[in-house]
Design a protein. Structure first.
Ligand SMILES: CC(=O)CC(=O)SCCNC(=O)CCNC(=O)[C@H](O)C(C)(C)COP(=O)(O)OP(=O)(O)OC[C@H]1O[C@@H](n2cnc3c(N)ncnc32)[C@H](O)[C@@H]1OP(=O)(O)O
Length: 396
């Protein structure tokens, strides 16, 4: 007689991972053109032939000075702009040309970041089981996830998910989905790729359109990739962060506070000047709920922090309401200063910077055990994830 058939419960337990999902590799990439923030107003008004709009140039200069940004990287350079002069005028139907360029450039940038994440992970790309791709530049199918899978030589059975127009919470959303996939599919190895290029939303200045001026001061291009998996295979896989808890919260009555829309002249967006205040008054509730759910009592200054640096004022508000010590948001401020707001990608750069800073801690300086990732975007949506430094989850 054979053994008794397994119950559905036993099958489910066998299908699920034993341990929590963990970050097993991180990679980032930027296009080659780097623009200093101090030079950007001159550059932008010159290439859009708008030097006569002196008030708007003065406004952009004021915002750039207060942005906390020193430089940004961009795929769109003067050569590309010369070949596509319609990009400077939002009234002209330039979407086709923008989508053509982005359809190639977005997955290629993602592939550069992913190659670094895969190298750190240490296993072949063909062992990736799932791919989650997030971008605001996707407007075609098959889309960037399909192209990235080809560029990296992923298996034809890789299970792909595309997230479009999640804006700045795309990175946080992708990480949460990757956690769920890794924990519910034993042996799964999930590649998260976020890739954003501002070319889709570049056009000249217009009176009465302060959102565009703000966006011109804030946004930059970049790609970030993360490999996520549970039950790391020693000694090849080394967890950088364990993902202990994740949630999404929508702030009521804020549908109009951040919006993005693809139009014939490129992507238009609106960012209310209330965003820093709205986030500042809602993040603590998300954090309290997250740590309550885990049954961990946390003092905010005892945590490590990876906050999406949507703008300098957002970081200032969050620091203020949580009473964070100077330096607690250093990884976020550093990424903002060196790359600007790369939308959904930015939080991956912050995680990368954070792990470098933690590794560089001096002997005797104990790195924090628990930490938080937060990302924000249209909705207003707040993504919250609690991370745990590897090595001490068991026994807690
Ligand atoms: C796209 C996504 O999905 C998610 C995102 O990340 S969206 C982007 C989120 N980022 C933001 O919301 C930006 C947050 N704001 C900031 O960081 C800062 O307000 C700032 C750097 C823009 C300005 O710094 P500040 O200390 O507030 O300076 P302040 O002197 O008050 O304002 C400077 C100018 O910025 C303008 N400004 C501030 N917020 C603005 C907004 N949301 N839209 C347009 N203009 C804005 C002010 O009106 C002011 O203009 P004037 O100089 O003409 O009066």
């Amino acid at each position: 007689m054979g053994s008794a058939p397994a119950t559905v419960g036993e099958i489910r337990r066998a299908q699920r991972a034993d341990g929590p999902a963990a970050v097993l590799g991180i990679g980032t990439a930027n296009p080659p053109t780097c623009v200093a923030q101090d030079d950007y107003p001159d550059y932008y008004f010159r290439v859009t032939s708008s030097e006569h709009l002196t008030d708007l140039k003065a406004k952009l200069t004021r915002i750039c000075k207060k942005s906390g940004i020193k430089q940004r990287f961009m795929h769109l350079n003067e050569e590309l702009l010369a070949a596509n002069p319609d990009f400077t005028d939002r009234a002209l139907p330039s979407l086709d040309a923008r989508v053509d360029i982005a359809s190639a450039a977005v997955p290629e940038l993602a592939a550069s970041a992913a190659a670094k994440a895969i190298a750190e992970w240490g296993r072949p790309a063909t062992e990736i089981t799932h791919l989650i791709f997030s971008t605001y530049s996707g407007a075609r199918a098959p889309s960037a996830d399909r192209r990235l899978a080809s560029l990296l030589g992923l298996s034809p059975t890789v299970s792909r998910t595309m997230l479009n127009l999640h804006g700045c919470y795309g990175g946080g959303r992708s990480l949460q989905l990757a956690k769920e996939l890794a924990e519910n599919n034993r042996g799964a190895r999930v590649l998260v790729a976020c890739s954003e290029i501002t070319l889709i939303a570049f056009y000249g200045p217009e009176g009465g359109c302060p959102d565009n001026i703000l966006g011109q001061a804030l946004f930059g291009d970049g790609a970030g990739a993360v490999i996520i998996g549970a039950d790391p295979v020693s000694p090849v896989e080394r967890p950088l962060f364990e993902m202990a808890f994740a949630s999404q919260t929508t702030i009521p009555e804020t549908e109009d506070a951040i919006s993005m829309e693809i139009t014939k002249g490129g992507m238009e967006y609106h960012i209310s000047n209330q965003v820093p205040r709205l986030l500042g008054s809602n993040v603590e509730r998300c954090l309290i709920d997250a740590f309550d759910a885990l049954g961990v009592s946390a003092k905010w200054n005892d945590l490590f922090w990876a906050i999406h640096p949507g703008g300098r004022a957002i970081l200032d508000h969050i620091e203020g309401v949580l009473g964070l010590d100077d330096g607690k948001l250093a990884a976020s401020r550093h990424v903002l200063s060196q790359f600007g707001n790369m939308s959904g990608t930015t939080v991956i750069f912050v995680l990368d910077e954070l792990r470098r800073r933690r590794a560089a801690k001096q002997e005797g300086e104990a790195p924090e055990e628990w930490g938080v990732v937060m990302a924000f975007g249209p909705g207003i949506t707040i993504e919250t994830m609690v991370l745990h430094a590897p090595g001490s989850l068991e026994g807690n």
